[in-house]
Ligand binder design. Structure first.
Ligand SMILES: [Zn+2]
Length: 322
């Protein structure tokens, strides 16, 4: 079974969405297509943006993945993989299997996240999307908890799902239908964006760090600095950058926000970490200053990092005041 069998429009839309940092950052987001008994889903750790150059999709047994969505197995769908590909299916495979549409696309849409991290923003998104077959799903940890939360909220007609503090899912019968729907949601949720680039700081960056002037405004404006440093707003931020952003260089953190100077990134940071930092600036650039913001909270951060909640709170406290 080879990915060469996949419809070319599915692959090219996947690559297009994956290459757009306002829709997908690094290895985040995933698409799937159901063909007969098989569901092809983006493999864990692979980048959708590379879908045209390499095999980023892994075939899983559709019925087995659906059974895992309903509680069979361990929920990773590793056991549902067909053949010996060496790839693991995305952690979000169970909701792709559970949604009864041939094509499912899940993005970490910056425009969607800018609404979905705020109760005020969500209210506005409900209004902007009200005539679409849309459902709003509260935050849950990616994997089985999120799949269960989606299952509780959607109906058979739902084709657009706004995930609280997370992103967007669009579903349809054909790749082109999903692309049109996603473009429509993006268009409606587009917001004016502040320029986040600042001048290169005069001071040298901390040892082993470089300045990232493209997101420098995060360090210069108190409101943005507080938002960036006071909590995590969506799961991939925690997975790649750790909780929130520290206000001084820390041994275990790839980024530091230095008040009045700039935002520093470790020299050995990965491209995914850089993409997540840019994503945070892109989200905060689009957040209405009048909207209240709801971070995912320490409990959810600990869950994402597989930390015992109490140990995690102690570690957070040791980092000093956010
Ligand atoms: Zn996601």
């Amino acid at each position: 079974m080879t990915a060469g069998a996949l419809p070319s429009d599915f692959v090219s839309y996947s690559a297009k969405w994956g290459a757009d940092p306002l829709r997908i950052q690094g290895p985040g987001g995933n698409t799937s297509i159901k063909i007969g008994e098989v569901m092809w889903i983006k493999a864990s750790g692979m980048e959708l943006g590379q879908a045209l150059e390499r095999d980023v999709f892994v075939p899983v047994n559709r019925a087995a993945a659906l059974a895992e969505a309903h509680g069979a197995g361990d929920g990773t769908c590793k056991a549902a993989v067909i053949g010996q590909t060496g790839l693991r299916p995305s952690i979000e495979t169970t909701f792709h299997a559970m949604l009864d549409w041939d094509v499912v696309a899940h993005t970490h849409s910056v425009a969607t996240i800018a609404h979905a991290i705020s109760p005020d923003g969500l209210q506005i998104a409900r209004d902007l999307l009200r005539d679409l077959p849309v459902a709003f799903v509260p935050y849950a940890k990616p994997g089985l908890p999120l799949t269960a939360q989606i299952a509780q909220t959607v109906s058979a007609e739902t084709q657009v799902i706004v995930l609280g503090n997370h992103g967007l899912i669009c579903c349809g019968s054909e790749p082109g239908e999903v692309a049109d729907l996603m473009d429509e949601v993006e268009r409606r949720l587009t917001r004016p964006a502040l320029g986040m680039t600042a001048d290169m700081p005069v001071a040298a960056p901390p040892d082993e760090f470089i300045w990232v002037p493209e997101v420098g405004r995060l360090a210069l404006e108190a409101r943005l600095r507080d938002l960036a440093c006071s909590g995590s707003l969506y799961p991939d931020h925690v997975v790649f950058l750790g909780p929130g952003l520290p206000r001084a260089p820390m041994a275990d953190a790839p980024v530091a926000v230095l008040k009045g100077q700039g935002v520093a990134l470790r020299k050995d940071a990965t491209s995914s970490q850089r993409a997540m930092l840019i994503c945070l600036a892109d989200v905060l650039a689009r957040l209405d200053p009048a909207w209240a913001v709801s971070p995912i909270g320490a409990e959810a951060e600990a869950e994402l990092l597989d930390w015992d909640a109490e140990k995690y709170r102690q570690a957070l406290a040791a980092r000093g005041p956010a």
